[in-house]
Ligand binder design. Structure first.
Ligand code: SF4
Ligand code: SF4
Length: 124
């Protein structure tokens, strides 16, 4: 699969609204660092073990916590099987990830760009 700058190749077509195409897509999980942030409820849901493994807590006030990045993608993405992009923390993923629903404007933009675009705004 050829990679676009900072992301993957575009994907054509509308995805299944129920999420059946997500594991084969993974475009919205490609983004820069400091993208997926945590609020208290997100931290509580994920729990200390996974927070330690997959997130960074910034020292600088106000001390935001973010998912770690691995290059141009979220560290929570399992890329061990080529062409498959399951989330390693799917059941406890933070609210930022839940906002991007299959078929939403942000999803379609991510598929077009090969990575998460600017149409999604996370409230902090
Ligand atoms: S871009 Fe859309 S289809 Fe692709 S993984 Fe994200 S929500 Fe699913
Ligand atoms: S936590 Fe999971 S769903 Fe959210 S961006 Fe990372 S890999 Fe994608």
């Amino acid at each position: 699969m050829s990679a676009a700058a900072g992301g993957l190749a575009p994907v054509a077509g509308e995805p299944d609204p129920g999420g059946a195409d997500c594991v084969g897509c993974g475009r919205c999980c490609h983004h820069g660092p400091r993208t997926v942030h945590f609020l208290e409820a997100d931290e509580a849901r994920m729990g200390p073990r996974l927070l330690e493994m997959y997130t960074d807590l910034e020292v600088k006030p106000p001390g935001w916590r973010f998912m770690k990045n691995e290059g141009s993608r979220c560290a929570g993405l399992d890329v061990s099987v080529e062409g498959r992009f399951p989330c390693k923390v799917y059941e406890v993923r933070p609210e930022d990830c839940r906002i991007v629903e299959p078929g939403s404007e942000a999803c379609l933009e991510a598929r077009r760009l090969g990575k998460l675009g600017g149409s999604v705004v996370f409230r902090r």
